[in-house]
Ligand binder design. Structure first.
Ligand code: GCW
Length: 596
């Protein structure tokens, strides 16, 4: 290939004549890698395979200055975007579970959408940031969606063709009970030969329709989804059943570790949800088939604004692991609040990058004209791909990279200022010091301090008149800290060394406990909540100072509207949290600000 060629995978992004692409199968760079250089106004890209040429071309599109030859290769071969899209509109969860960007890109009211170009654009968007795998449907697989695996596989093949143009393989979430749901069997027991034969045949048919199909995602024995426990089998036996069916075709199973008791009695102080994944899975280390990847949420609970890294990711050396992030902002403002998440993801990756085989992100995209509802939420999608390619990239540099490719220079400074610390700002006005889950039950939006306190979900803060937080120590609490290797186990065990931002995740402390920062817990709560809400009002004025013409009237209005809601919500958070803790503790704010 050479100058002037316009390969299909570039879509409408046309390279100029000043870009020379060379595919050299003997260059030894390896799959997906490329070398790029620019001098004298000419960019050269060399790669061993088509995918490498494609990634190099996308790099060429964002290159501005001369560059000495550089080689880029992905740090993991599996970089996946997962969708929680339903085929049929779910009565509670809607078309997309935890979707805040309109409808699904793939399905509408039970049928495949008729906008394949939009899917092609999405595929190009994902490929341009390095994503090479996508799963198309919700991990909660309902009866209708289970048929994607069987008689509706043709629809998956249509979508696979769109993604294939950009070297992206498709995956399906499947129900562990598929042999019963769509196979007519009376069991899904992994030890039953009829079940094994059913999976083998079903998988064979999938590959007949989609020869480069990637594999299955499975949420089993989790929040009501069926799984191997019903038959007295382990999760390794369950995962290996599907792995055996996929192995002849080179397919893989992403088996989720999100297994916990979701029917807990709040009176039971011995059960700790944070412990669950480790307790279930680490005894199985080494028992999974080679084509099973255990998919682990980055924190032990559930995508809260602040959690420690999941100890499962640090404790299963004989198991292939994927780390799971959530770009869809379920607990981080639902794409109505600005919350740039890569600083959080990058911190996790700095601890686990050398232990994972795959990086998985739950997508925040939908059929919204800006893809992500809040136009600024696109940056999370962008950086999720870029970090999966190279976890050492600096989140702020990635933000600027996205801004430069999205906004005119006149708007760049404003967008940067609005977004750079937006995760920290969000954290300040919501639940304090890592305690999490003070959200409205069900929809998970907005404050409700005791919303989950007496529920079955295992997410408690234990605030009383003296103090707040969950004692997860080994000395006096649930023993969760012992799931960490050293030095983390000791660091989290002791109040003296536990980082402030995670204090209430690991310890129950008096309101008068003095943080490393020098202020008491109660004063920290007041200070951060006033500061967080104040920062949002500054964001509102910063944006309104930007002339609409700098970004276009429509986009400007969309962001203004979302910022107004963020401001309203931040004030509500501030006042509910401050009032709640003032009433519990009776300790006034040293600065005598208004608390109700
Ligand atoms: O965070 C919880 C969500 C569920 C989701 C689940 C999961 C898809 O509230 O909606 O289900 O996590 O990750 O499986």
């Amino acid at each position: 290939m050479s100058a002037g060629v316009h390969p299909a995978w570039l879509g409408s992004a046309v390279l100029g004549d000043d870009v020379v692409l060379t595919r050299d199968p003997r260059c030894g760079l390896g799959a997906e890698a490329y070398t790029i250089a620019r001098s004298g106004g000419v960019t050269t890209v060399v790669a061993e395979d088509e995918a490498g040429l494609m990634y190099g071309s996308f790099h060429a599109l964002r290159l501005q200055d001369d560059l000495e030859a550089q080689t880029h290769r992905p740090f993991v071969a599996r970089r996946m975007m997962q969708h929680w899209d339903n085929v049929f509109v779910h009565p509670v969860m809607g078309q997309v579970e935890r979707g805040y960007s309109g409808g699904s890109l793939f399905w509408e009211d039970g049928a495949l959408t008729d906008d394949p170009d939009r899917v092609g654009d999405y595929a190009r968007l994902l490929a341009s940031v390095g994503i090479n795998s996508v799963s198309l449907n919700n991990v909660n697989v309902h009866a209708g969606e289970a048929r994607l695996l069987t008689d509706r596989i043709g629809e998956v093949a249509v979508l696979a063709a769109r993604f294939r143009q950009y070297h992206i393989r498709v995956y399906l979430s499947v129900s562990f009970a598929a042999p019963m749901l769509v196979g007519g069997l009376d069991t899904a027991d992994p030890a039953d030969e009829r079940v094994q034969a059913w999976w083998a045949t079903a998988t064979q048919r999938v590959y007949a329709a989609i020869p480069d199909f990637g594999g299955y995602i499975v949420k089993a024995d989790s929040e009501g989804q069926p799984g191997p426990f019903a038959y007295g089998r382990t999760h390794a036996e369950g995962a290996n059943l599907l792995a055996a069916a996929l192995a002849p075709f080179g397919g893989e199973v992403y088996w989720r570790a999100f297994v916990y008791n979701h029917r807990q009695d709040w009176r039971d102080r011995t059960t700790d949800r944070a412990r669950a994944a480790y307790d279930h899975f680490t005894p199985l280390d080494g028992e999974f088939a080679p084509n099973v990847i255990l998919q682990v949420k980055h924190g032990p609970i559930d995508f809260q604004p602040r959690e420690p890294v999941s100890p499962v990711l640090l404790s299963m050396p004989a198991t292939r692991l994927a780390v799971e992030f959530q770009a869809t902002q379920e607990y981080t403002g639902q794409q109505r609040h600005v919350c740039y998440l890569p600083p959080m993801w990058s911190a996790v990756l700095s601890t686990v990058a050398d232990r994972v085989d795959a990086v998985v992100t739950v997508s925040n995209a939908g059929d919204d004209r800006y893809w992500t509802n809040h136009p600024l939420a696109q940056a999370n999608l962008y950086a999720a791909g870029r970090l999966a390619w190279d976890p050492t990239l600096d989140p702020t540099a990635l933000l600027d990279e996205w801004i430069a490719r999205t906004f005119p220079p006149a708007a760049a400074g404003t967008v940067h200022e609005l977004m750079r610390d937006s995760w920290a700002v969000y954290e300040r006005y919501t639940s304090p010091l890592g305690v999490g889950f003070m959200v409205h039950p069900g929809d998970h939006y907005g404050p409700d301090v005791d919303g989950y306190e007496y529920s079955r979900w295992g997410t408690y803060h234990f605030a009383d008149r003296d103090g707040v937080g969950v004692d997860r120590t080994t000395a006096t609490g649930t023993g969760y800290t012992a799931q960490y290797p050293e030095p983390l186990a000791s660091q989290y065990e002791s109040r003296a060394t536990c980082p402030d931002e995670l204090l209430l995740f690991f310890h129950h402390v008096p309101y008068t406990h003095v943080l490393h920062s020098g202020v008491t817990v109660i004063q920290h709560i007041y200070d951060t909540h006033f500061a967080g809400a104040e920062a949002v009002s500054e964001m509102v004025s910063r944006w309104s100072d930007l002339p609409p013409s700098a970004v276009g009237e429509d986009l400007h209005a969309r962001v203004s509207d979302r910022l107004r809601e963020q401001h309203r919500s931040a004030l509500e958070w501030r006042d509910q949290i401050n009032t709640y803790f003032y009433r519990k503790s009776g300790i006034p704010d040293t600065k005598a600000r208004r608390i109700y």
